[in-house]
Design a protein around this ligand. Structure first.
Ligand code: S3P
Length: 433
Protein backbone atom coordinates (compact mmCIF):
# COMPACT_ATOMS: atom_id res chain seq x y z
CA UNK A 1 0.00 0.00 0.00
CA UNK A 2 1.38 3.38 -1.00
CA UNK A 3 1.52 5.97 1.78
CA UNK A 4 -1.24 8.50 1.19
CA UNK A 5 -1.35 12.25 1.45
CA UNK A 6 -1.92 14.23 4.63
CA UNK A 7 -5.63 14.56 5.32
CA UNK A 8 -7.07 17.65 6.96
CA UNK A 9 -10.29 17.14 8.93
CA UNK A 10 -12.14 20.27 10.08
CA UNK A 11 -14.12 20.47 13.33
CA UNK A 12 -17.86 19.82 13.00
CA UNK A 13 -19.81 23.05 12.53
CA UNK A 14 -22.89 21.59 14.19
CA UNK A 15 -24.72 18.35 14.92
CA UNK A 16 -24.50 15.42 12.46
CA UNK A 17 -27.82 14.63 10.86
CA UNK A 18 -29.12 12.45 8.06
CA UNK A 19 -28.61 8.90 6.83
CA UNK A 20 -25.54 6.95 5.82
CA UNK A 21 -24.69 3.49 4.60
CA UNK A 22 -21.34 1.87 5.25
CA UNK A 23 -19.43 -0.74 3.18
CA UNK A 24 -20.12 -4.45 3.50
CA UNK A 25 -18.77 -6.19 6.59
CA UNK A 26 -15.08 -6.98 6.07
CA UNK A 27 -15.07 -10.16 8.18
CA UNK A 28 -18.19 -11.58 6.55
CA UNK A 29 -16.92 -10.56 3.10
CA UNK A 30 -13.70 -12.58 3.55
CA UNK A 31 -15.73 -15.63 4.56
CA UNK A 32 -18.19 -15.29 1.67
CA UNK A 33 -15.30 -15.29 -0.80
CA UNK A 34 -13.51 -18.17 0.93
CA UNK A 35 -16.57 -20.43 1.18
CA UNK A 36 -17.68 -19.53 -2.36
CA UNK A 37 -14.24 -20.57 -3.59
CA UNK A 38 -14.05 -23.93 -1.81
CA UNK A 39 -17.71 -24.89 -2.38
CA UNK A 40 -19.09 -26.63 -5.45
CA UNK A 41 -21.41 -24.52 -7.59
CA UNK A 42 -21.87 -20.86 -8.34
CA UNK A 43 -22.02 -18.21 -5.61
CA UNK A 44 -22.99 -14.56 -6.04
CA UNK A 45 -21.75 -12.23 -3.34
CA UNK A 46 -23.46 -8.85 -3.17
CA UNK A 47 -22.46 -5.80 -1.14
CA UNK A 48 -18.88 -7.04 -0.82
CA UNK A 49 -16.72 -4.14 0.36
CA UNK A 50 -14.32 -2.67 -2.20
CA UNK A 51 -11.84 -2.25 0.66
CA UNK A 52 -8.30 -3.47 0.01
CA UNK A 53 -8.44 -6.30 2.58
CA UNK A 54 -11.41 -8.04 0.95
CA UNK A 55 -9.84 -7.57 -2.48
CA UNK A 56 -6.73 -9.39 -1.23
CA UNK A 57 -8.81 -12.47 -0.45
CA UNK A 58 -10.49 -12.30 -3.88
CA UNK A 59 -7.09 -12.05 -5.60
CA UNK A 60 -5.68 -14.88 -3.49
CA UNK A 61 -8.35 -17.30 -4.72
CA UNK A 62 -7.91 -16.09 -8.30
CA UNK A 63 -4.18 -16.89 -7.84
CA UNK A 64 -5.20 -20.38 -6.65
CA UNK A 65 -7.09 -20.96 -9.91
CA UNK A 66 -10.69 -20.13 -8.92
CA UNK A 67 -12.80 -18.41 -11.59
CA UNK A 68 -14.09 -15.18 -10.02
CA UNK A 69 -15.60 -12.26 -11.89
CA UNK A 70 -17.67 -9.10 -11.38
CA UNK A 71 -21.23 -9.09 -12.71
CA UNK A 72 -22.97 -5.77 -12.16
CA UNK A 73 -22.84 -5.10 -8.45
CA UNK A 74 -22.13 -8.72 -7.52
CA UNK A 75 -18.98 -10.83 -7.34
CA UNK A 76 -19.53 -14.25 -8.96
CA UNK A 77 -17.53 -17.32 -8.03
CA UNK A 78 -17.55 -20.54 -10.03
CA UNK A 79 -16.63 -22.88 -7.17
CA UNK A 80 -15.42 -26.37 -8.05
CA UNK A 81 -14.62 -27.71 -4.57
CA UNK A 82 -11.48 -28.12 -2.45
CA UNK A 83 -9.63 -30.23 -5.03
CA UNK A 84 -9.89 -27.57 -7.73
CA UNK A 85 -7.48 -25.25 -5.89
CA UNK A 86 -4.09 -25.38 -7.61
CA UNK A 87 -0.61 -23.99 -6.89
CA UNK A 88 -0.52 -20.21 -7.22
CA UNK A 89 2.76 -20.14 -9.12
CA UNK A 90 3.72 -17.00 -7.24
CA UNK A 91 3.76 -15.58 -3.74
CA UNK A 92 0.26 -14.67 -2.57
CA UNK A 93 0.30 -11.09 -1.32
CA UNK A 94 -2.10 -10.66 1.61
CA UNK A 95 -1.28 -6.94 1.85
CA UNK A 96 -2.35 -5.60 5.24
CA UNK A 97 -4.91 -8.33 5.87
CA UNK A 98 -4.40 -10.63 8.84
CA UNK A 99 -7.71 -12.34 8.13
CA UNK A 100 -6.61 -13.22 4.58
CA UNK A 101 -3.31 -14.67 5.81
CA UNK A 102 -4.63 -16.63 8.78
CA UNK A 103 -7.79 -18.03 7.18
CA UNK A 104 -5.97 -18.89 3.96
CA UNK A 105 -3.40 -20.76 6.06
CA UNK A 106 -6.23 -23.01 7.26
CA UNK A 107 -7.43 -23.65 3.70
CA UNK A 108 -3.92 -24.29 2.36
CA UNK A 109 -2.94 -26.55 5.26
CA UNK A 110 -5.08 -29.26 3.64
CA UNK A 111 -4.06 -28.69 -0.01
CA UNK A 112 -1.31 -30.96 -1.39
CA UNK A 113 1.04 -28.26 -2.65
CA UNK A 114 3.35 -25.51 -1.43
CA UNK A 115 2.23 -21.88 -1.13
CA UNK A 116 3.99 -18.79 0.15
CA UNK A 117 1.91 -16.09 1.85
CA UNK A 118 3.38 -12.65 2.37
CA UNK A 119 2.14 -9.18 3.29
CA UNK A 120 3.12 -5.59 3.97
CA UNK A 121 5.47 -4.38 6.71
CA UNK A 122 2.65 -4.34 9.31
CA UNK A 123 1.42 -7.86 8.48
CA UNK A 124 5.02 -9.17 8.55
CA UNK A 125 5.19 -8.20 12.23
CA UNK A 126 1.97 -9.84 13.32
CA UNK A 127 1.98 -13.13 15.24
CA UNK A 128 1.38 -16.13 12.99
CA UNK A 129 2.60 -18.77 15.46
CA UNK A 130 -0.95 -18.87 16.79
CA UNK A 131 -2.09 -20.49 13.51
CA UNK A 132 1.17 -22.33 12.78
CA UNK A 133 0.87 -24.35 16.03
CA UNK A 134 -2.57 -25.92 15.55
CA UNK A 135 -2.18 -26.40 11.78
CA UNK A 136 1.17 -28.15 12.35
CA UNK A 137 -0.47 -30.40 14.94
CA UNK A 138 -3.03 -31.31 12.27
CA UNK A 139 -0.24 -32.41 9.91
CA UNK A 140 0.65 -29.38 7.77
CA UNK A 141 4.21 -28.08 7.52
CA UNK A 142 4.44 -24.31 7.93
CA UNK A 143 7.63 -22.28 8.05
CA UNK A 144 7.69 -18.68 9.22
CA UNK A 145 10.48 -16.20 8.49
CA UNK A 146 13.67 -17.32 10.33
CA UNK A 147 11.56 -19.62 12.51
CA UNK A 148 10.09 -16.57 14.23
CA UNK A 149 6.43 -17.26 13.52
CA UNK A 150 5.99 -14.28 11.22
CA UNK A 151 5.34 -13.89 7.48
CA UNK A 152 6.36 -14.72 4.84
CA UNK A 153 4.88 -18.15 5.55
CA UNK A 154 5.66 -21.21 3.47
CA UNK A 155 2.81 -23.69 3.74
CA UNK A 156 3.22 -27.33 2.67
CA UNK A 157 -0.27 -28.70 2.88
CA UNK A 158 -1.37 -32.32 2.82
CA UNK A 159 -3.32 -35.00 4.65
CA UNK A 160 -4.68 -33.58 7.91
CA UNK A 161 -6.07 -35.20 11.03
CA UNK A 162 -8.65 -33.64 13.31
CA UNK A 163 -7.48 -32.27 16.68
CA UNK A 164 -9.01 -30.96 19.88
CA UNK A 165 -7.48 -27.50 20.10
CA UNK A 166 -7.73 -25.34 23.21
CA UNK A 167 -6.74 -21.87 22.06
CA UNK A 168 -5.02 -19.50 24.50
CA UNK A 169 -6.44 -16.43 22.72
CA UNK A 170 -10.02 -15.52 21.86
CA UNK A 171 -9.33 -15.08 18.16
CA UNK A 172 -11.80 -15.67 15.35
CA UNK A 173 -8.90 -15.87 12.94
CA UNK A 174 -7.28 -18.74 14.85
CA UNK A 175 -10.61 -20.52 15.33
CA UNK A 176 -11.46 -20.08 11.64
CA UNK A 177 -8.07 -21.32 10.42
CA UNK A 178 -8.48 -24.52 12.47
CA UNK A 179 -12.10 -25.01 11.35
CA UNK A 180 -11.18 -24.53 7.66
CA UNK A 181 -8.42 -27.12 8.07
CA UNK A 182 -10.78 -29.35 10.06
CA UNK A 183 -13.33 -29.38 7.23
CA UNK A 184 -10.66 -31.11 5.09
CA UNK A 185 -9.21 -33.38 7.79
CA UNK A 186 -9.72 -37.03 8.70
CA UNK A 187 -11.87 -37.29 11.86
CA UNK A 188 -13.32 -34.68 14.16
CA UNK A 189 -11.90 -31.25 14.96
CA UNK A 190 -12.84 -29.29 18.08
CA UNK A 191 -11.79 -25.70 18.85
CA UNK A 192 -12.28 -24.22 22.30
CA UNK A 193 -11.47 -20.61 23.12
CA UNK A 194 -11.27 -18.62 26.37
CA UNK A 195 -14.00 -16.16 25.32
CA UNK A 196 -16.33 -16.52 22.37
CA UNK A 197 -14.90 -14.68 19.35
CA UNK A 198 -16.97 -13.58 16.35
CA UNK A 199 -18.83 -16.54 14.85
CA UNK A 200 -19.08 -15.48 11.18
CA UNK A 201 -17.16 -18.58 10.03
CA UNK A 202 -19.58 -20.90 11.79
CA UNK A 203 -22.60 -19.05 10.35
CA UNK A 204 -21.19 -18.88 6.81
CA UNK A 205 -19.97 -22.50 6.82
CA UNK A 206 -23.45 -23.71 7.82
CA UNK A 207 -25.06 -21.49 5.17
CA UNK A 208 -22.84 -23.28 2.61
CA UNK A 209 -24.05 -26.65 3.93
CA UNK A 210 -21.42 -27.58 6.52
CA UNK A 211 -22.47 -29.48 9.62
CA UNK A 212 -21.04 -28.51 12.98
CA UNK A 213 -21.86 -28.24 16.67
CA UNK A 214 -21.55 -24.80 18.18
CA UNK A 215 -21.68 -24.35 21.96
CA UNK A 216 -20.62 -20.75 22.55
CA UNK A 217 -16.89 -21.22 23.42
CA UNK A 218 -16.50 -24.52 21.58
CA UNK A 219 -17.10 -25.64 17.99
CA UNK A 220 -16.77 -29.17 16.63
CA UNK A 221 -17.09 -30.57 13.14
CA UNK A 222 -16.42 -33.74 11.20
CA UNK A 223 -13.84 -33.61 8.41
CA UNK A 224 -14.07 -34.30 4.68
CA UNK A 225 -17.09 -32.06 4.17
CA UNK A 226 -18.04 -30.76 0.72
CA UNK A 227 -19.86 -27.43 0.56
CA UNK A 228 -22.46 -26.07 -1.87
CA UNK A 229 -22.32 -22.65 -3.54
CA UNK A 230 -25.03 -20.08 -2.71
CA UNK A 231 -25.82 -16.38 -2.87
CA UNK A 232 -24.74 -14.13 -0.02
CA UNK A 233 -25.68 -10.55 0.73
CA UNK A 234 -23.07 -9.03 3.03
CA UNK A 235 -24.52 -6.73 5.74
CA UNK A 236 -23.01 -3.29 6.42
CA UNK A 237 -19.96 -3.36 8.66
CA UNK A 238 -20.64 -2.46 12.30
CA UNK A 239 -16.92 -1.78 12.74
CA UNK A 240 -17.18 0.91 10.02
CA UNK A 241 -20.50 2.19 11.37
CA UNK A 242 -18.77 2.60 14.76
CA UNK A 243 -16.95 5.72 13.52
CA UNK A 244 -20.27 7.39 12.73
CA UNK A 245 -21.84 6.10 15.94
CA UNK A 246 -19.11 7.76 18.00
CA UNK A 247 -19.17 10.90 15.82
CA UNK A 248 -22.90 11.36 16.39
CA UNK A 249 -22.76 10.28 20.05
CA UNK A 250 -20.08 12.83 20.88
CA UNK A 251 -21.55 15.85 19.06
CA UNK A 252 -24.61 16.91 21.06
CA UNK A 253 -27.80 17.33 19.07
CA UNK A 254 -26.78 14.85 16.35
CA UNK A 255 -29.41 12.48 14.96
CA UNK A 256 -28.04 9.98 12.49
CA UNK A 257 -29.43 6.81 10.89
CA UNK A 258 -27.06 4.13 9.60
CA UNK A 259 -28.80 1.72 7.23
CA UNK A 260 -28.40 -2.06 7.05
CA UNK A 261 -25.71 -2.75 9.65
CA UNK A 262 -24.73 -6.27 10.79
CA UNK A 263 -25.54 -6.72 14.47
CA UNK A 264 -24.08 -10.10 15.28
CA UNK A 265 -24.01 -10.26 19.11
CA UNK A 266 -20.39 -11.49 19.04
CA UNK A 267 -19.47 -8.11 17.49
CA UNK A 268 -21.84 -5.59 19.03
CA UNK A 269 -19.97 -4.58 22.20
CA UNK A 270 -19.56 -1.04 20.88
CA UNK A 271 -23.32 -0.47 21.08
CA UNK A 272 -23.50 -1.69 24.66
CA UNK A 273 -20.56 0.48 25.67
CA UNK A 274 -21.89 3.62 23.96
CA UNK A 275 -25.25 3.07 25.64
CA UNK A 276 -23.50 2.75 29.00
CA UNK A 277 -21.70 6.00 28.22
CA UNK A 278 -25.11 7.64 27.83
CA UNK A 279 -25.70 7.56 24.06
CA UNK A 280 -29.09 6.71 22.65
CA UNK A 281 -28.72 3.92 20.07
CA UNK A 282 -31.99 2.58 18.67
CA UNK A 283 -32.25 -0.62 16.66
CA UNK A 284 -34.84 -0.18 13.92
CA UNK A 285 -36.36 -2.67 11.49
CA UNK A 286 -34.30 -5.78 12.38
CA UNK A 287 -34.00 -8.54 9.76
CA UNK A 288 -31.67 -11.41 8.81
CA UNK A 289 -29.21 -11.88 5.94
CA UNK A 290 -27.49 -15.29 5.39
CA UNK A 291 -27.95 -16.15 9.07
CA UNK A 292 -26.62 -12.78 10.30
CA UNK A 293 -28.80 -10.26 12.19
CA UNK A 294 -29.03 -6.87 10.44
CA UNK A 295 -30.84 -3.60 11.30
CA UNK A 296 -30.86 0.15 10.81
CA UNK A 297 -29.33 2.09 13.69
CA UNK A 298 -30.42 5.51 14.91
CA UNK A 299 -28.05 7.40 17.17
CA UNK A 300 -28.80 10.59 19.02
CA UNK A 301 -25.96 12.68 20.44
CA UNK A 302 -26.60 13.83 24.00
CA UNK A 303 -23.12 13.85 25.55
CA UNK A 304 -21.10 10.96 26.93
CA UNK A 305 -19.84 10.00 30.38
CA UNK A 306 -16.79 7.94 31.34
CA UNK A 307 -17.27 4.24 32.15
CA UNK A 308 -15.30 1.14 33.05
CA UNK A 309 -14.80 -1.24 30.12
CA UNK A 310 -13.67 -4.60 31.50
CA UNK A 311 -12.05 -7.68 29.95
CA UNK A 312 -15.47 -9.29 29.36
CA UNK A 313 -16.03 -6.79 26.51
CA UNK A 314 -12.76 -7.67 24.72
CA UNK A 315 -13.74 -10.15 22.01
CA UNK A 316 -17.09 -8.45 21.20
CA UNK A 317 -15.50 -5.03 20.80
CA UNK A 318 -11.96 -5.80 19.68
CA UNK A 319 -11.79 -3.58 16.55
CA UNK A 320 -13.68 -0.65 18.09
CA UNK A 321 -11.23 0.32 20.86
CA UNK A 322 -9.46 3.02 18.81
CA UNK A 323 -12.71 4.90 18.21
CA UNK A 324 -14.02 4.11 21.70
CA UNK A 325 -10.86 5.69 23.13
CA UNK A 326 -11.87 8.84 21.20
CA UNK A 327 -15.38 8.61 22.71
CA UNK A 328 -13.71 8.34 26.13
CA UNK A 329 -11.54 11.40 25.38
CA UNK A 330 -14.72 13.38 24.73
CA UNK A 331 -16.69 12.01 27.69
CA UNK A 332 -17.32 13.60 31.03
CA UNK A 333 -15.09 11.81 33.57
CA UNK A 334 -12.73 8.87 33.44
CA UNK A 335 -12.91 5.77 31.27
CA UNK A 336 -10.80 2.72 32.00
CA UNK A 337 -10.26 -0.01 29.44
CA UNK A 338 -8.74 -3.30 30.59
CA UNK A 339 -8.07 -6.89 29.51
CA UNK A 340 -7.28 -6.13 25.88
CA UNK A 341 -3.55 -6.75 25.43
CA UNK A 342 -4.53 -8.21 22.04
CA UNK A 343 -4.81 -4.61 20.81
CA UNK A 344 -1.01 -4.53 20.77
CA UNK A 345 -0.95 -7.15 17.98
CA UNK A 346 -3.31 -5.49 15.51
CA UNK A 347 -2.44 -3.48 12.38
CA UNK A 348 -0.49 -1.29 14.83
CA UNK A 349 0.02 -1.43 18.59
CA UNK A 350 -3.31 0.27 19.16
CA UNK A 351 -2.79 0.87 22.89
CA UNK A 352 0.54 2.65 22.33
CA UNK A 353 -0.60 4.52 19.23
CA UNK A 354 -3.91 5.80 20.61
CA UNK A 355 -2.22 6.82 23.89
CA UNK A 356 0.38 8.84 21.96
CA UNK A 357 -2.08 10.49 19.56
CA UNK A 358 -4.72 11.32 22.21
CA UNK A 359 -1.99 12.98 24.31
CA UNK A 360 -1.13 15.19 21.31
CA UNK A 361 -4.79 16.24 21.32
CA UNK A 362 -4.38 17.37 24.93
CA UNK A 363 -6.00 14.36 26.59
CA UNK A 364 -4.59 12.86 29.79
CA UNK A 365 -4.06 9.17 29.09
CA UNK A 366 -2.36 6.51 31.16
CA UNK A 367 -1.03 3.66 29.05
CA UNK A 368 -1.41 0.27 30.69
CA UNK A 369 -0.11 -3.13 29.60
CA UNK A 370 -3.62 -4.34 28.74
CA UNK A 371 -5.56 -1.11 28.29
CA UNK A 372 -5.77 2.61 29.02
CA UNK A 373 -7.14 5.13 31.50
CA UNK A 374 -8.54 8.18 29.74
CA UNK A 375 -9.58 11.44 31.37
CA UNK A 376 -12.23 13.00 29.09
CA UNK A 377 -12.07 16.72 28.27
CA UNK A 378 -14.90 17.50 25.77
CA UNK A 379 -12.86 19.85 23.49
CA UNK A 380 -9.57 18.69 22.00
CA UNK A 381 -6.55 20.65 20.75
CA UNK A 382 -6.18 20.67 16.97
CA UNK A 383 -2.78 19.33 15.86
CA UNK A 384 -0.89 17.04 13.47
CA UNK A 385 -1.42 13.34 14.06
CA UNK A 386 -0.06 10.03 12.82
CA UNK A 387 -2.08 6.97 11.84
CA UNK A 388 0.89 4.55 11.55
CA UNK A 389 -0.74 3.17 8.40
CA UNK A 390 -3.52 1.69 10.55
CA UNK A 391 -6.94 2.23 8.94
CA UNK A 392 -8.91 2.17 12.18
CA UNK A 393 -6.51 4.60 13.86
CA UNK A 394 -6.78 7.03 10.90
CA UNK A 395 -10.59 6.97 11.05
CA UNK A 396 -10.70 7.24 14.85
CA UNK A 397 -8.47 10.33 14.68
CA UNK A 398 -10.78 11.83 12.06
CA UNK A 399 -13.67 11.49 14.51
CA UNK A 400 -11.56 13.20 17.18
CA UNK A 401 -10.94 16.04 14.71
CA UNK A 402 -14.67 16.89 14.73
CA UNK A 403 -14.25 18.12 18.33
CA UNK A 404 -10.73 19.57 17.98
CA UNK A 405 -10.27 23.34 17.85
CA UNK A 406 -8.79 24.16 14.47
CA UNK A 407 -9.20 20.59 13.19
CA UNK A 408 -6.58 17.90 12.74
CA UNK A 409 -4.07 16.86 10.09
CA UNK A 410 -3.63 13.11 9.73
CA UNK A 411 -0.38 12.06 8.04
CA UNK A 412 -1.88 9.21 5.97
CA UNK A 413 -5.60 9.19 5.28
CA UNK A 414 -5.43 6.76 2.35
CA UNK A 415 -5.03 3.76 4.67
CA UNK A 416 -8.76 4.11 5.49
CA UNK A 417 -9.28 2.40 2.10
CA UNK A 418 -8.24 -0.90 3.71
CA UNK A 419 -11.72 -1.28 5.18
CA UNK A 420 -13.67 1.86 4.27
CA UNK A 421 -13.07 3.42 0.85
CA UNK A 422 -14.77 6.82 0.69
CA UNK A 423 -14.74 7.30 4.47
CA UNK A 424 -13.43 10.89 4.44
CA UNK A 425 -15.86 12.01 1.71
CA UNK A 426 -18.80 10.50 3.58
CA UNK A 427 -17.71 12.14 6.84
CA UNK A 428 -17.39 15.51 5.11
CA UNK A 429 -20.79 15.08 3.46
CA UNK A 430 -22.54 14.25 6.73
CA UNK A 431 -20.84 17.12 8.55
CA UNK A 432 -21.98 19.53 5.82
CA UNK A 433 -25.62 18.40 5.71
C1 S3P B 1 -11.26 -10.85 12.46
C2 S3P B 1 -10.98 -11.20 13.75
C3 S3P B 1 -10.35 -10.29 14.72
C4 S3P B 1 -10.44 -8.86 14.27
C5 S3P B 1 -10.06 -8.69 12.84
C6 S3P B 1 -10.99 -9.50 11.95
C7 S3P B 1 -11.87 -11.84 11.57
O1 S3P B 1 -8.99 -10.63 14.84
O2 S3P B 1 -9.62 -8.04 15.08
O3 S3P B 1 -10.12 -7.33 12.45
O4 S3P B 1 -12.38 -11.46 10.50
O5 S3P B 1 -11.85 -13.02 11.92
P1 S3P B 1 -8.48 -11.77 15.85
O6 S3P B 1 -9.05 -13.04 15.42
O7 S3P B 1 -6.99 -11.77 15.73
O8 S3P B 1 -8.96 -11.31 17.20
Amino acid sequence: MAKGKTKKVEPAKGPLRGEVTVPGDKSIGHRAVIFGSIAKGESRISNLSAGEDNLRTVQAFKDLGVKIWDEGEALCIDGKGWDSLCPAGRVIDCGNSGTTMRLLSGVLAGRPFVTTLDGDASLRQRPMQRVIDPLTQMGAEIFGQNGKGVAPLEIRGGQLRGIHYVSQVASAQVKSAVLLAGLQAEGTTVVEEPQQSRDHTEIMAQAFGAEMRVENRSVSLKGRQQLCGRNVKVPGDLSSAAFFLVAAASVTGSDLVIRGVGLNPTRSGVIDILRRMGASVEILRPWEETGEPVADLRIIGRGLKGVEVGPEMGARTIDEYPVLSVAAALADGITTISGVKELRYKESDRIAVMTRELRKLGVQVEEREDGMRIDGRKRLKGTQLQSYGDHRVAMALAIAALSADGGVEIDDGACADISFPGFFDLLEEICRS
